[in-house]
Design a protein around this ligand. Structure first.
Ligand SMILES: *Cc1c(COP(=O)(O)O)cnc(C)c1O
Length: 414
């Protein structure tokens, strides 16, 4: 395999033109962290500017009724097909952590149960939030231990399920491992035990097709600023299956979720449908960024995105085997592409200084303590030649010992 093979793959790539839809001021930077913060879309920049100058500047408060009030549901409908949901089942609101709190609390209250099952590879915020939710219900978390590379399976979770468990909450793609969980089987297992399934789609939305309706998933949350390129701190999304909506009550019943918000009724009564899960005023500028990012992914099509994503991660792993495997690295993600999301993790005892050396050489991955480097490949703007070049820089930094010029840990402690 040569760099020309990478070039040929770029030339044959049906999504290559999508790179031109992004604001990329520094083409020398190989950005491999789109799974943490996606690049800005040109349309997002334009929409945010227009919202500033026109809708806010000229429209002032009138823009709420003219343009803004329905955006959280409209953009939710735009996202719905990307995650296998139906219109009216997705709302853009708050942060992923907050949405997790709202939906898990509502689910425990509705099931009359107290405990939540998750696994120890889940994102820390999910662990903290769900722990608080279970305790507030008088119960506790039940934490399954998952394989460090393969992520959680039904066999890990099943022994923890009984009539006290109201929610099973997992990440669809593990933030460290990149492992793709079996949503179909795990959701069915939760249902068999009388629990609701609550999926965190932060690392799958916009890169892996999700089949919420097909698998009868109850609840889901996720970010718009990762593969959906919504912008830093862009609001998150939540999904509630339509037939459950009337049976769940949000623990943060704010005026934006009221049936008639402008009546300023002193008594809360929930809006019909997904809007009842809104709390307060949405961040309109960030919503515009999310709208543009979601529109671009919808236009490209999640199946085409997934096809390129698998090609990219397969290509990266082939380059890893050729150049990095002999340099003290261990692959931290599944080799089977059917069990892998959009990023690939590698472990190395000197992961932190290696990541710092890469960043100084214009290759931006991210580091997750203690020994993981994540390589996020965003199909809408990552090129195969970038993957090739990044792995060469990686190998050089290790072979030359250049990483030794950097502190061994984030604290600088050796
Ligand atoms: C990125 C991520 C989050 C982030 O949550 P915020 O509330 O938006 O900060 C939550 N869960 C998972 C699984 C993530 O990957």
């Amino acid at each position: 395999m040569t760099r020309d093979d990478a070039l040929a793959t770029d030339n044959a790539d049906l999504l290559s033109e999508y790179r031109d839809h992004f604001h990329i001021p520094d083409a020398d930077v190989i950005y491999l962290d789109g799974n943490s913060l996606g690049r800005p879309t040109l349309e997002g920049v334009e929409r945010i500017e227009n919202t500033l100058h026109e809708e806010w500047g000229r429209g002032l408060v009138r823009s709420w009724r003219r343009e803004w009030i329905g955006l959280p549901e409209q953009i939710g409908d735009l996202l719905a097909p990307i995650i296998g949901a139906s219109p009216g089942e997705v709302l853009i609101a708050d942060q992923t952590s907050v949405n997790l709190f709202k939906l898990a609390s509502a689910a425990l209250a509705a099931t009359g149960r107290t405990d939540i099952v998750l696994d120890d590879s889940n994102f820390p915020s999910d662990l903290y939030v769900l722990d608080a939710v279970a305790r507030a219900a008088g119960g506790h978390l039940r934490i399954a231990s998952a394989d460090r590379t393969a992520g959680p399976t039904v066999d890990d979770l099943d022994p923890l399920l009984d009539e006290h468990v109201g929610v099973v909450s997992l990440s669809h793609v593990g933030f460290k491992t990149g492992a793709l969980a079996d949503m179909h089987e795990i959701t069915a297992t939760a249902h068999n035990a009388g629990a609701l399934a609550l999926w965190d789609l932060s690392h799958s939305a916009g890169v892996v097709p999700v089949d919420l309706n097909a698998y009868n998933v109850d609840l889901a949350v996720g970010c718009t600023y990762k593969y959906l390129n919504g912008g830093p701190g862009a609001p998150a999304f939540l999904y509630v299956r339509w037939d459950l909506q009337e049976h769940l009550a949000t623990p943060i019943p704010g005026w934006f979720g009221h049936a008639d918000m402008f009546a300023f009724d002193p008594t809360y009564s929930p809006a019909p449908g997904i809007r009842r899960f809104a709390a307060g005023t949405p961040p309109i500028l960030s919503l515009r960024g999310a709208q543009a990012g979601i529109s671009l992914s919808a236009e490209a099509g999640i199946e085409a995105i997934r096809t390129k994503s698998v090609q990219l991660t397969e290509f990266l792993i082939a380059r890893y085997d050729a150049r990095l495997a002999g340099l003290g690295f261990a692959l931290g993600s599944p080799r089977n592409p059917d069990r892998r999301g959009g990023h690939v993790s590698v472990h190395h005892p000197h992961a932190y200084p290696i990541a710092q050396a890469l960043i100084d050489r214009n290759v931006i991955p991210d580091f997750r303590a203690p020994d993981t480097i994540r390589l996020g490949l965003a199909p809408l703007y990552t090129a195969f030649t970038e993957v090739w070049d990044a792995v060469e820089v990686f190998a050089d930094v290790v072979e030359s010992g250049a990483y030794r010029d950097y502190p061994a840990t984030p604290e600088g402690v050796t």
